[in-house]
Ligand binder design. Structure first.
Ligand code: NAD
Length: 511
């Protein structure tokens, strides 16, 4: 990305003008029923950025009905129509890539460089990936001597999609792109703290979508969530967020027995073997600590370093962390921005204090960061704990901040039992030049994803999702379309006449 500080600052100033957003229902921006609004802020300056509607059950009902009415037509749209819409959406994003990146920077506190090169590039890629997939979503045919069996993949219906605040626009893309490809209609609920980019994006693409295909209701999760997920016309819920909220979502989903896909938290291990490229591995620890201020479900927040290389590795880490530029997220040279909200800031700092109380040692950082000119901002120093025991709270719970625990290991089996001794199982990293070990350890890790010799090496179509309490279902891949469709099987008999003796024959596919 070529962006100088002056241009970036000018864009930030332009996009900081305070705006008010309505809900987006049936192709129109409408006021909320409650008349209440929620303030969105810039976490680096704490200034007001926007006001959104505080939605309620009445807004939800209107949005679900709009999606329900739009479903028959959209569900019968051709792959070519869906592909055209998905491509048009990608084009709109690309046309304003820098502006979208800046909106996420201003509202979320992430750096402009990261927002541009990772988040918005990723969102564009997702719409393009699913545009390519549109023609490949179809059923199958199986021939039998007496019959032909057809399986149809039918769009599931109106989908409730609930997303968090850490990668807002990319999260919206992860949810909307497969739903549109599958022929579903949507009610999207973005996070109540960060959603400016999502709302601007919806404004931008409104004319490429038939009214009602995508609807957006903003507001607090505890007010909007239950009426949305329990609405009798909603046929599926796709949720990304915390484990505690997921448990509520599962209860709501039980009301009308609707399927769920849940992308939840993580406490991913990043394993460094004695034969690893230590420079690259140390850099990966810095990246997973500071990337999006550690507000990433996939963060490699538990590092397991082999005893033989520990000293050298720790030395490399401390020297690398000293070079990290933390500060104004709108500065293209900044690599670590501000935590997304005061609640998140307080939560991360309380975990850091907890780690100290539990007896862990602070190798790097260990508290709030003060940034000149942004003294009110929600900045936290990148923090590395050593002398961590696996039963400490900081070793077991997801911190969702720039905090990483360092463990030392000697025996592979002992190390793996520590790695797997966690309720989560989302991502993971492994550093070794030994092929056998690479395969052996990556298979032994109880996790949905493993990156070998490069962390955050995301690939188009890579299934993203977890095992254990990190949730279920996979996103960002073709398999996601299975979550948005039902399979119907139709068997066409080729023979004439009935059975003649009143009993059905055995299922002949099995004889
Ligand atoms: P959260 O669960 O509090 O909020 C996520 C969303 O759920 C928000 O839109 C919120 O308004 C909504 N919500 C809150 N209460 C609700 C309720 N009762 N009913 C329905 N919706 C409700 O999570 P968070 O703190 O905003 O996000 C951080 C969490 O998300 C972390 O645990 C992180 O690991 C997880 N996360 C996971 C992934 C992934 O892909 N696995 C990605 C990003 C974040």
């Amino acid at each position: 990305m070529q962006l100088d500080l002056g241009t970036s600052k000018a864009l930030a100033a332009k996009l900081s003008a305070v705006k008010t957003y309505g809900h987006f229902i049936n192709g129109k921006w409408v006021d909320g029923h409650s008349g209440q609004t929620i303030e969105l802020t810039n976490p680096a300056t704490r200034q007001t950025l926007a006001h959104i509607q505080s939605g309620d059950a009445v807004d939800v009902d209107r949005a679900v009905n709009a999606a329900y009415d739009a479903f028959p037509k959209w569900s019968r749209s051709s792959p070519a129509q869906r592909q055209t819409v998905l491509r048009a959406i990608a084009d709109r994003l690309r046309a304003r890539q820098l502006e979208y990146a800046m909106m996420d920077t201003l509202n979320n506190g992430k750096t402009i460089t990261e927002a541009y090169t990772h988040d918005i590039t990723g969102a564009i890629g997702l719409f393009e990936y699913y545009a390519g997939a549109a023609f490949h979503l179809h059923g199958e045919v199986a021939d039998f001597a007496d019959s032909t069996m057809i399986t149809h993949r039918e769009p599931i219906g109106v989908v409730a999609q609930i997303i968090p605040w850490n990668v807002p626009l990319m999260m919206a893309a992860l949810k909307l792109a497969p739903a549109l490809t599958a022929g579903c209609t949507v009610v999207l609920k973005p996070a109540e703290t960060v959603c400016v980019s999502v709302l601007e994006f919806i404004k931008d693409i409104a004319d490429v979508l038939p009214p009602g295909v995508i609807n957006v209701v903003t507001g607090y999760g505890h007010i909007v969530g239950e009426p949305l997920v329990t609405h009798p016309k909603v046929r599926k819920v796709a949720f990304t967020g915390s484990r505690g909220t997921a448990q509520k979502i599962m209860n709501y989903a039980a009301v009308n027995i609707i399927p769920q896909t849940l992308e939840l938290g993580g406490k991913s291990a990043n394993i460094v073997c004695e034969d690893a490229d230590l420079d690259a591995a140390a850099e990966s620890v810095v990246i997973t600590t500071i990337f999006n201020k550690g507000e990433v479900c996939l963060a490699g927040s538990r590092v397991f370093v082999h005893k033989k290389v520990r000293e050298e590795f720790v030395d490399k880490l401390t020297r690398l962390f000293a070079k990290v530029k933390q500060g104004d997220p709108t500065d293209p040279a900044t690599r670590l921005g501000a935590q997304s909200s005061k609640a998140q800031y307080d939560r991360v700092l309380s975990y850091i204090e907890q780690g100290k109380k539990e007896g862990a040692s602070v190798l790097v950082g260990g508290g709030p960061a003060s940034i000149r000119g942004l003294e009110n901002g929600l900045f936290i120093q990148p923090t590395i704990f050593t002398d961590v025991r696996n039963d400490m709270v900081i070793a077991q719970e997801e911190i969702f901040g720039p905090v990483t625990d360092l463990f030392t290991w000697e025996d592979e089996a002992d190390m793996l039992s520590m790695v797997n001794d966690n309720i989560y199982g989302l991502g993971g990293g492994l550093w070794t030049r030994n092929l056998n070990r690479a395969h052996r350890i990556s298979r032994a890790m109880e996790t949905g994803m493993v990156w070998v010799n490069r962390y955050y090496n995301f690939k188009p179509g890579q299934p993203i999702g977890g095992v254990k309490q990190s949730g279920f279902g996979r996103e960002s891949t073709f398999e996601t379309l299975m979550h948005y469709t039902n399979t119907k099987s139709v068997v066409i008999n080729l023979e004439e006449g009935g059975y003649g003796d009143f009993h059905a024959p055995p299922p002949n596919a099995f004889v």
